[in-house]
Ligand binder design. Structure first.
Ligand code: NAP
Length: 233
């Protein structure tokens, strides 16, 4: 997919991966609408990318955001998300309900544009101990993306499964394993996947092995996780 001159919507663009994706998209000539909750951080990003800022809380629904768009986006990057420490309802609302509702609202335009959807899920989609509901939202997102890819051949659909990314996402908690990657590295992988039409990106790449083990032997995957957790303590 070509990006120059095309309208791209990035959720979660006020911080982390979404912000890095917006900066790279602007570098590739896309016209941007960026959205998030924090007005100051969001406007700073909008200014840098020469795009439109739409302040919106996705937990309140997607109608206001959709109404504020200047036209149908050719690319939608769903990066907004909250982490394991939140309530189950909040996790389901922001990480799963909102990207599904937004996709459904924008799908006719994406079809017409022969556009592309990116869902930032997580390696937790494989099921991470201590993060059951977060894992469920990300597995749900991955399953939803797989179904849309099969249902709507006119558009590209990429799911992204990062390990740990060096963003404010985990607050003050330090997670050394798997070794964090930079948000810009994830953004670079996302743009490459959009250009190539890749269905799934796992980053860092070696975590693909975890996904393979999970697919072939889910019991072994769970036992290996317990082993890693015991060693990390
Ligand atoms: N960081 C990691 O280790 C990691 C690993 C795997 C997957 N991920 C996934 O990557 C995505 C991006 O995370 P990140 O690392 O970039 O985290 P981040 O720096 O904390 O950014 C999260 C973004 O989501 C937005 N957001 C959160 N709740 C929202 C809501 N209710 N309505 C609208 N926007 C909301 C935030 O907006 P405000 O800041 O304006 O509130 C922010 O822009 C998430 O989906 C996360 O699950 C992250």
């Amino acid at each position: 997919m070509r990006l120059d001159g095309r309208l791209a919507l990035v959720t979660g663009a006020s911080s982390g991966i979404g912000r890095a994706v917006a900066l790279r998209l602007a570098g590739d000539g896309a016209r941007l609408v960026v959205t998030g909750r924090d007005p100051e951080r969001l406007r700073a990003v909008a200014e840098r990318v020469g795009g439109q800022a739409v302040v919106a809380d996705l937990a309140d629904g997607v109608e206001a955001l959709v109404a504020a768009l200047p036209g149908p986006p050719a690319l939608v990057v769903h990066s907004a998300g909250i982490g394991p420490g939140q309530t189950a309802d909040a996790l389901l609302d922001v990480n799963l309900r909102a990207p599904i509702a937004l996709t459904r609202a924008l799908l006719p335009g994406l079809r017409a544009e022969r556009g592309h959807l990116v869902f930032v899920a997580s390696i937790a989609a494989l099921g991470v101990a201590g993060e059951a509901v977060y894992s469920a939202t990300k597995a749900g997102l991955r399953g939803y993306a797989d179904a849309v890819r099969a249902e709507v051949p006119e558009i590209g659909v990429t799911t992204v499964l990062p390990g740990i990314v060096d963003t404010p996402f985990h607050g003050t908690e330090r997670r050394p394993f798997p070794r964090p990657v930079s948000p810009d590295h994830v953004a670079e992988e996302i743009l490459r996947a959009v250009r190539r039409g890749s269905p799934e990106v796992i980053t860092p790449r070696w975590l693909t092995l975890g996904a393979k083990v999970h697919g072939m032997a889910p019991g072994l995957f769970a036992r290996a996780q317990r082993g890693f957790a015991a060693r990390a303590r």
